[in-house]
Design a protein around this ligand. Structure first.
Ligand code: ACO
Length: 342
């Protein structure tokens, strides 16, 4: 029960807690050396400019579709949380590479998990899809419309990359991560989420054609190239500027200093972006979780994969303050602060 300005509020206050994490990576590893035979690049350039050494590339022939990867990550998160699929009243998937234009990946994951109850839908927010989806679930839990939800971040950017474009094909890759979020009367869990969008900058990162956008519907009968286009160096600067600012907002909102953050789990787009953010926020790199060297940029999946690995490696303890930072196409970006409760 909570006292607000003399009023006795009898309704339960609901807090959204992450109760389980999971991830699933494709089996095939593509090393920087392999890329040297595809485009004019070098292992040395990729490592120095991005921090990436290898990445995973999926194949539907190996049952590594967007739905397959999501389902495997979700199963692990459900096992950790001790929650059955039937208990899920909401499934929200952040992705821009759904297996089909419709239905949503969330519907197909619902079927694969045999999760018969609740609603399922996707959220499209570029690489920020996971944090946007987590915020939808947090709001639903706080309102009391959800008690147990699944949030997935998944992408197979290998399917939309132009493999002749060395500015993008060396950076982007595939993977999935998931969290189970449960309602609890106990304080903690997701303390805040700050999200922003600036649609004026969408041309810095977009897919050319594909989906319903065709110049002429009859020409659409021919195969349309579906390629990702990116202005790398402009995004680089924007990511540092936007994420420094929104992370400061998040810290201030929670009356926390950067010293009180135990672990930062940032979007893994470029190690130099991550280092610049740590520097700007006065957080030492040993408090920043990175796995970009082995997975590259898996878009919406980077944060839940990193969160799962950090959790399973024992990098997260009950009561820790965790700062999540995301940035992607849209432009979209955001920061969330969690009080870890597993
Ligand atoms: N191998 C070798 N040379 C390359 C490669 C490559 N793979 N790619 C680009 N180059 C060349 C360029 O052509 C350029 O050559 P030039 O000087 O002769 O013109 C030179 O390297 C420098 O290019 P820059 O783009 O200035 O290099 P930069 O240091 O900015 O690094 C990078 C490029 C890695 C793309 C960087 O800008 C970056 O990471 N940007 C942010 C990406 C990002 O955050 N994406 C947004 C998030 S959205 C999402 O996550 C999907």
């Amino acid at each position: 029960m909570k006292q607000i300005k003399g009023l006795k509020v009898t309704e339960m206050i609901h807090h959204a807690h992450i109760a389980g994490t999971g991830s699933s990576m494709p089996e095939r590893i593509l090393y920087n050396k392999d890329l040297e035979s595809i485009v004019d690049t070098s292992d040395e350039w990729i490592v120095r400019r991005s921090g990436i050494r290898e990445r995973r590339i999926s194949s539907t022939e190996r049952d590594e579709s967007t739905t397959d990867l999501s389902t495997r990550a979700s199963t692990k998160a459900l096992e950790m949380a001790g929650v059955s699929a039937e208990e899920l009243d909401m499934i929200v998937v952040g992705t821009v590479t759904s297996d089909r234009q419709f239905p949503s990946t969330a519907c197909m994951v619902q079927e694969a998990l045999d999760a018969r109850n609740g609603v399922a839908f996707d959220v499209s927010a570029g690489c920020s899809g996971f944090l946007y989806a987590l915020n939808v679930v947090n709001n639903a839990i706080q309102c009391g419309t959800s008690r147990t939800a699944l949030v997935v971040g998944v992408d197979r950017l290998s399917s939309v990359i132009n493999w002749q474009d060395r500015g993008t094909c060396v950076l982007l890759a595939d993977g999935a991560g998931a969290v189970v979020v449960s309602s609890s009367p106990n304080e903690g869990g997701i303390l805040s989420t700050h999200l922003k969008t600036d649609g004026r900058l969408w041309k810095l990162l977009y897919s050319s054609d594909g989906n319903a956008y065709t110049p002429d519907i009859l020409q659409g009968l021919a195969k349309i190239p579906f390629h990702l286009k990116m202005s790398g160096s402009r995004l680089f600067k924007k990511a540092i500027e936007c994420l420094s600012s929104i992370s400061r907002d998040a810290l201030k909102h929670n009356s926390l200093s950067s010293d009180e953050i135990d672990l930062v789990v940032p979007h893994q787009a470029n190690i130099r972006i991550i280092q610049a953010l740590a520097n700007n926020l006065h957080i030492p790199m040993d408090k920043v979780y990175t796995n970009i060297h082995k997975y590259g940029n898996t878009s919406s999946a980077t944060i839940p994969i990193a969160l799962d690995e950090a959790n399973r490696e024992g990098r997260l303890n009950k009561g820790d303050h965790v700062l999540l930072m995301t940035f992607g196409a849209g432009l979209t970006w955001g920061a969330s602060i969690l009080k870890w409760s597993i």
